[in-house]
Design a protein around this ligand. Structure first.
Ligand code: B12
Ligand code: SF4
Length: 607
């Protein structure tokens, strides 16, 4: 199921409202002394192609955005802990300036949710009177918030509240809590009072539990779909979060101080940065358009230039990855940003001499930008990831075709921008076809000929919040276990075949490996070295080396699964995971974030 939109005309926060809340919180912050730890959940079993290396060398923008918002509002005592760097971190042992923080936040993608629950479980080991308020957020909370709560008295691993939206929702929540909090009262106690008085029900974008036992949820209240901030220039300065990073270590506890600015680049040489959000296409396997309520949001060129310049000045970071869904989505806006970056100066020098940036686009929109590709290069762009999926357009049509894809790739290469295709393997695509371009290897070959510098091949996998999600389960394609091994959340990353109607799904699993081997191998490394005198010089060779190293991890992690698929018994699910805990909206109707058919509690009269 896709996330439902808010009523037409009510999808966006009023212009200036985020700025207003930031100013109001600054006044309150001066009176309090709130200490906050924000953890980023990360399951190290997900480390393989296509993003191995980038996954740990780019401090995620989500936790940084939340940390930046806290500092911007005056809550300086905030620390960001990345499980990518601190895998032994134990929230039960965290102290900031010698005391247990008031708020513990955890951010998680769906595939890291086991680690997220482990962090919540551990935070709950702190005895109740001293326990911080536990707030969960990030994509897991957005699409499946109920999984962050437990109805099991034997394992009451529940967050206090899940934020199903962005920083604006968190700040609204904090404003309510701080307005009811008494002198010396804990944030957790203020939260319970606010919850019980109904004060949270006017903040769209929250899910909280009601129940008598500590952490045992009897029902979940969903305050609805968030309102989105339309003008991304209103967001707090994203560079602030870099000052909050916990230094990498093997300790369970926190260091006395955050990572010094001069050491930030060593651990995170790549910076992910929000430029635009949203996409006009409606690919049925993708949750992004519905999440954005069909809105397209952007920062202005000057704001982006200033942000890149500041991060470069303060932390020395040169490489930026746009957190875009489709950067070229709106040609005029994209051009505006590109033109600004091409002429921007920072500290007396052209910005483009100091920074390089990369992002995601579609083939269709790249061709619409054809005349402007040289300008894109001049603006510092050196690589684009393109959602090619299936070049023939059989799986999904979003304006791509063999000819169009090849043309887009050739044009990018010609101006010195590396095209990086993202492909999606599916049940009906064979490994190879004698004729035509339908086979996976046929397409990999075409892409290589057209100039692809890196490659991503993933199996189509049900994504929570997408149109196809439920049908993939109800049609019996999604596996529960294979050969006695349960399919775990970290396996929903497209690298494992965990949903297929194919009679020999092990073939699909091996096809992914063969597709990669066909692209990343010593022969093509050699070719890339020989042909280094092109506009992209040694980058293809570098990507070959990284690809081969990454592939060893992919093979090590997924080959055993291929064997299970070959010999093991496959058990299938017949329904998507729904909340076992009854869920309702604030008015007692169905909850916006629940899967249809999930239980709705009878209206409680005792609130
Ligand atoms: C950049 C990116 C990456 C990068 C960088 C990750 C990193 N280390 O930073 C790379 C390329 C490595 C990557 C990899 C993958 N990604 Co990715 N990625 C993105 C992308 C395009 C942008 C993420 C981002 O930085 N956004 C900007 C920040 C500011 O937004 P945010 O993270 O959503 O955080 C906001 C809110 O969620 C909220 N929030 C976040 N945390 C918290 C915490 C609290 C307490 C609160 C209150 C709020 C809150 O507030 C934030 C500010 O608004 C998103 C799509 C998108 N546009 O969001 C997909 C996305 C996050 N990726 C996704 C996926 C599936 C993957 C891969 C599995 C793909 C693959 N098959 O390999 C891998 C996983 C790799 C791994 N081992 O983790 C999915 C996650 C879906 C889900 N339900 O979890 C997304 C959402 C795309 C999608 N399909 O919808 N990805
Ligand atoms: S083009 Fe990409 S971001 Fe847009 S809907 Fe399709 S898959 Fe999602």
């Amino acid at each position: 199921m896709e996330l439902p939109p808010r009523p037409c005309g009510d999808q966006l926060v009023r212009p200036g409202e985020l700025t207003g809340i930031r100013m109001r919180l600054r006044q309150v912050a001066a009176r309090g002394d709130l200490a906050t730890v924000i953890a980023c959940a990360f399951d190290h079993r997900t480390r393989m192609l296509p993003f191995i290396f980038a996954d740990t060398r780019m401090a995620p923008a989500g936790v940084r955005a939340i940390g930046s918002a806290m500092v911007d509002c005056g809550f300086e005592k905030t620390r960001i802990v990345l499980e990518q760097w601190n895998r032994n971190f134990r929230p039960s042992r965290m102290r900031l300036d010698g005391k247990i923080p008031d708020v513990f936040m955890v951010s998680s993608m769906g595939l890291h949710s086991q680690r997220c629950l482990e962090l919540i479980r551990d935070a709950r080991r702190i005895d109740a009177p001293h326990r911080p308020l536990i707030i969960a957020g990030g994509p897991k909370a957005v699409y499946q918030p109920w999984e962050l709560f437990s109805a099991d008295p034997a394992d009451p691993t529940s967050a206090d509240v899940a934020v199903t939206g962005e920083e604006y929702v968190l700040l609204e929540l904090l404003e309510v809590l701080l307005s009811v909090r008494g002198d010396g009262e804990s944030m957790r106690s203020a939260f319970f009072r606010a919850r019980d008085s109904g004060a949270l029900d006017g903040v769209p974008g929250l899910v909280y539990a009601l129940g008598d036992g500590d952490g045992v949820a009897e029902e979940l209240v969903d305050t609805g779909i968030q309102r989105l901030v339309g003008d991304l220039d209103e967001l707090p300065d994203a560079s602030l979060g870099y000052r909050l990073l916990e230094p990498p270590s093997r300790r369970a506890t926190l260091a006395p101080r955050a990572l010094p600015a001069e050491r930030v680049r060593k651990y995170t040489p790549l910076s992910s940065i929000v430029l635009t959000l949203g996409c006009k296409f409606s690919c049925p396997y993708c949750p992004i358009p519905a999440y954005n309520q069909r809105q397209y949001r952007a920062k202005s060129g000057p704001r982006i230039a200033a942000e890149m310049g500041r991060i470069h000045r303060d932390f020395g970071i040169r490489f930026y990855f746009g957190a875009d869904d489709n950067f070229f989505n709106d040609k005029a806006r994209a051009l505006g940003i590109v033109e600004t970056l091409a002429r921007a100066e920072f500290a007396g020098a052209a910005l483009r001499r100091k920074v390089r940036w990369y992002t995601e686009v579609t083939v269709h929109d790249t061709l619409r930008m054809k005349p402007h590709l040289p300008l894109l290069h001049k603006a510092g762009c050196r690589g684009l990831w393109l959602g090619v999926e299936d070049m023939t357009g059989t799986l999904v049509k979003k304006g791509q075709s063999v000819d169009k894809t090849s043309e887009a790739f050739r044009r990018l290469r010609a101006v010195g921008i590396c095209p990086m295709p993202m492909m999606m393997h599916h049940d009906s695509q064979p490994l190879y076809t004698r004729r035509g371009h339908y086979g996976l290897l046929n397409q990999v070959r075409l892409l290589r000929k057209a100039g692809a510098v890196a490659l991503q091949v993933l199996m189509i996998t049900p994504a929570a919040g997408s149109k196809l999600y439920e049908e993939t389960f109800t049609s019996g394609q999604v596996y529960e276990s294979v050969g006695g091994r349960r399919v775990e959340p970290h396996m929903y990353d497209g690298n494992y075949v965990i949903a297929s109607g194919h009679e020999q799904p092990w073939r699909k699993q091996l096809n992914l490996i063969v597709g990669y081997l066909y692209f990343y191998n010593p022969l093509w490394l050699l070719v890339a070295l020989v042909r280094r005198k092109t506009r992209v010089s040694l980058k293809p060779a570098g990507m070959q080396v990284l690809g081969m190293l990454g592939l060893t991890h992919t093979i090590r992690r997924t080959l055993g699964w291929a064997l299970r698929l070959m010999f093991g018994r496959i058990r299938r699910l017949s329904r998507p995971p729904a909340s076992p805990i009854p869920m309702r909206g604030v008015d007692g109707g169905p909850a916006s974030h629940a899967i249809p058919g999930a239980p709705i509690p009878a209206n409680r009269q005792d609130r």
